[in-house]
Design a protein around this ligand. Structure first.
Ligand code: NAD
Length: 339
């Protein structure tokens, strides 16, 4: 039987860090190759420095390592994308097209590429937004994701590339800091609550958005990639839902654990992005086609985040090298961060 060899592009990022670990648990460390634009000093498995925009290097790596599946996570997110519109378009579109071209040419088994709730826009339904709603994305990131969804469908239909996709909501994790999205507040708030007991939020208190814990996101990805091909009715990207909350709900829940915690609100340009997105998502197709069922409620997320961040801070007695992604991925660099 052919061995699965998996390449994760963008493996140092918020999703990449935990998805690579999940894939290595499932397929074996040596069969999952991490790749990112950095020279990674922390990856404990096979790793290559790779710029996904370098088509030749990508094609060579896939051929040399006999890769059978690619998970493409390299992208510029919503907030950073609005400040770097042409670079965002280039990375988000050319990166995807390079992977689809290589997948078609080298007949890969499967490709995973995440889309986002950013494909929705001001005219989309605000509550229980359906799979195929009115969709008028009003950020470069959202436009690139919507166009990307149709490129995935096109390559599936015309070039037989089995590319699968999920429209992720805002993701919350403790392993890495987020990479420049509109929902990043829901991760920053935990770090600031533990370090300073205070958080100044860049969204309004009632900006309710669909959110998901990274453990659910990784499980959903593995589940979709395992699903029988014939069961998948959606070849653009699946709506996916777990929980929905606003900054005031999250801060009230954190206060139950840290009674002295306070929050202030100073909405910036990201508030306008959040206002265009739905407050909740209808994910009926994911539930029917590949048995999607979320596990983490907001209450469970808060308990697990605080527990793991506290553990991490206690464990790291000496300063260590970890990845910290600032607001603008263009200036991403490996920096020393002291917990
Ligand atoms: P991230 O910014 O944390 O990570 C992206 C990674 O890609 C980084 O490690 C970065 O160094 C790498 N990268 C950037 N340019 C590259 C290049 N040219 N070549 C190789 N690597 C490059 O992003 P993330 O949050 O992990 O998101 C991953 C994917 O999931 C993206 O497509 C994003 O749009 C999507 N998504 C994320 C969220 C979220 O809340 N994090 C929500 C919806 C969708």
């Amino acid at each position: 039987m052919k061995k699965d060899i998996i390449l994760v592009i963008g493996s140092c990022g918020q999703i990449g860090t935990e998805l690579t670990a999940g894939l290595r648990e499932k397929y074996g460390t040596l069969n999952v190759i991490g790749a990112d634009k950095f020279t990674d000093l922390t990856d404990d498995g096979p790793y290559h420095q790779l710029d996904v925009l370098n088509m030749g290097a990508l094609a060579d790596l896939v051929r040399r390592e006999k890769v059978t599946q690619i998970y493409l996570l390299a992208a510029m997110l919503s907030a950073s994308g609005e400040r770097n519109i042409h670079a965002a378009w280039q990375l988000n579109m050319d990166g995807l097209l390079n992977v689809l071209k290589v997948a078609a040419a080298q007949r890969l088994d499967k490709v995973f590429w995440p889309s986002s709730i950013a494909v929705f826009g001001p005219s989309s339904a605000k509550h229980l937004c359906p799979q195929e709603p009115q969709s008028e994305p009003n950020t470069v990131y959202g436009i690139s994701k919507r166009a990307g969804e149709y490129w995935c469908k096109y390559y599936f239909e015309k070039h037989n590339v089995d590319v699968r996709s999920i429209r992720f909501p805002g993701l919350i994790s403790y392993a890495t800091k987020p990479g420049g999205g509109t929902t990043d507040y829901a991760v920053h708030i935990f770090h600031e609550a533990l370090e300073k007991g205070q958080y100044d939020c860049f969204l309004k208190e009632d900006a309710s958005l669909p959110m998901m814990y990274m453990k659910d996101a990784v499980r959903a990805t593995l589940q979709l990639m395992d699903a029988p091909k014939e069961k998948l009715r959606i070849r653009t990207s699946y709506n996916l839902s777990a929980t929905n909350f606003a900054p005031c709900d999250l801060s009230a829940e954190i206060k139950k654990h840290l009674p002295d915690f306070t929050i202030s609100y100073n909405p910036d340009y990201r508030q306008a992005i959040a206002e265009a997105w739905p407050a909740s998502i209808n994910d009926l197709y994911a539930r029917q086609d590949w048995n999607w069922e979320p596990q983490f409620s907001m209450q469970m997320i808060v308990t697990d985040m605080l527990l793991n961040l506290k553990k991490k801070k206690e464990k790291i007695k000496e300063p260590q090298l970890v990845h910290d992604f600032p607001d603008f991925p263009e200036s991403n660099s490996l920096t020393t961060m002291y917990y």
